[in-house]
Design a protein around this ligand. Structure first.
Ligand code: C5P
Length: 236
């Protein structure tokens, strides 16, 4: 599995997004980017097409969760946008994940990678027990959801870099781990609680790191991106 850095385009408008991407114009490597709910709901599918037309690979982070038939049809529409990675909630059950895979597969047999969200990192053990009535250790729940995703034929999960090793042990080395919560050594952690550096994420076996603010808020985003790539991908 090729490792890569994915920049989270957490912006609320086309203008801000394109101004940010313009700062990478002279770069040798076109960044893989993530478009989430904020930007997608602000600008719709047009922004996905526009970023794709600029040559970026795209992780469309919309975290689908609905009845299988609805998710299947929504995934068919999303795969028409020619994105490279999409995701959904494993809590939608195996039937929903299987339906999603059917929907997302294009007529020529190709499809984006399909990644499952297990338990959100904002959900604590206490909230999971009291609000969701799931009375098991959180790490066991995450691994169970990952196994269900693998059994449904999905390609991987979003998880903490700290969980990447266990996920690979349970689901195999080729099962992809996409990991947010990455910060440079000595950098501002923002609202992320458990953070790791790009270099540590590499050692822990993460396949893709999703990096937002350490790059988007940097004085020189292209330099911050290059630093991430050096630590995580090329390892110099
Ligand atoms: O700015 P920062 O590097 O914290 O951005 C991380 C990105 O990854 C954000 O887009 C956030 O929504 C996303 N994410 C996360 N934790 C998860 C799932 C997604 O931080 N468990």
């Amino acid at each position: 599995m090729g490792k890569d850095v994915i920049i989270a385009l957490d912006f609320d408008s086309r203008e801000r997004t394109l101004a940010f991407l313009d700062r990478f114009a002279g770069e040798e490597r076109k960044p893989f980017v993530k478009i989430g709910m904020e930007l997608y709901y602000a600008e719709g599918p047009a922004i996905v097409r526009e970023v794709k037309a600029r040559g970026h690979r795209i992780f469309l982070d919309l975290k689908l969760h609905d009845i299988p038939n609805t998710v299947k049809k929504a995934m068919a529409v999303l795969s028409g946008l020619d994105v490279d990675m999409v995701n959904l909630h494993a809590a939608g059950t195996r039937a929903m994940m299987e339906a999603a895979l059917e929907g997302v597969t294009r007529s020529d047999g190709t499809r984006p990678l399909v990644i499952a969200v297990t338990q959100l990192t904002s959900t604590s053990q206490e909230r999971m027990e009291q609000d969701l009535l799931i009375e098991r250790p959180l790490d066991q729940v995450v691994l169970h959801y990952a196994r269900c995703a693998a059994q449904a034929g999905l390609d991987g999960v979003v998880c903490s870099p700290l969980e990447a090793g266990k996920v690979h042990e349970a689901c195999g080395d080729r099962f992809v781990t996409v990991t947010p919560g990455v910060r440079f050594a000595g950098g501002d952690t923002g609202d992320q609680v458990r953070v790791t550096t790009p270099a540590r994420a590499r050692e822990l076996g993460a396949d893709y790191i999703v990096v937002g603010r350490p790059i988007t808020q940097a004085e020189d985003p292209a330099a911050a991106y290059r630093k991430c790539v050096e630590e995580f991908v090329t390892f110099s």
